[in-house]
Design a protein around this ligand. Structure first.
Ligand SMILES: [Zn+2]
Length: 164
C-alpha cells in the first residue's frame, strides 16, 4: 500500500516537482481521549514554501449529508464507498464523532507539518496556477509511495502534539 500522494509539476519552469504525501496515521486526540483520523487535502504552505498536506475540514451539513447518503440513498456514491470499505455502523459512528468535533472546531485548516494557517488550497484541476506565484502547473501523477511512515497526533484545533 504505502502512502498516497499527488505529484505536481511546473509547466514553464525547471523547478522540482511537488509531492504532498498523505498519511493514514494522523489522528486528533479529542478531549475524552477518542482518536479521530485527520482528513487531509493538498495545500501550498508559505511557511514550509512547499506543497504540503493540510487539514481538510468539511462543514457539519456535508458530514450530515454523508450519514444520510449511507443510511437512506443506496445508489449514492457515498453508500457504495461505505460498502467497499465495510463495517458501515462503525463508519457512521465515526461520522457522528467527526460532527461533534467539527461543531467545536474554531481554527481554520492548518498545515499538518508546521501548523501555519495561511495555507492556500491546491485547485482540483489537471492544470492550474500556483496559488501563490501564479506559475502554470499541472497534476502529473497520483499513486502510492513506499516511504517512511508518518505518525502524528493533534489537538482538536489541529496543533501537533507528537510526530514521528
Ligand atoms: Zn507548513
Amino acid at each position: 500500500m504505502g502512502r498516497g500522494f499527488t505529484q505536481y509539476s511546473y509547466i514553464d519552469d525547471e523547478l522540482p516537482d511537488e509531492w504532498p504525501i498523505h498519511s493514514a496515521h494522523l489522528d486528533y486526540i479529542l478531549d475524552d481521549g477518542t482518536r479521530l483520523n485527520v482528513n487531509q487535502a493538498d495545500y501550498y504552505c508559505p511557511n514550509c514554501n512547499h506543497f504540503v498536506v493540510g487539514e481538510r475540514i468539511e462543514t457539519v451539513s456535508a458530514l450530515e449529508q454523508e450519514i444520510n447518503d449511507i443510511e437512506n440513498a443506496p445508489q449514492s456514491r457515498r453508500r457504495m464507498l461505505a460498502e467497499v470499505i465495510g463495517n458501515t455502523p462503525q463508519q457512521i459512528a465515526e461520522l457522528h464523532i467527526r460532527i461533534r468535533w467539527r461543531k467545536n472546531r474554531k481554527a481554520p485548516p492548518k498545515c499538518l507539518q508546521c501548523g501555519c494557517t495561511q495555507i492556500l488550497p491546491i485547485p482540483d484541476y489537471d492544470e492550474f496556477n500556483h496559488p501563490q506565484t501564479g506559475q502554470p502547473m499541472k497534476r502529473s501523477g497520483r499513486g502510492f509511495a513506499t516511504t517512511t511512515e508518518w505518525h502524528a497526533t493533534y489537538t482538536p484545533e489541529g496543533d501537533q502534539i507528537e510526530s514521528s
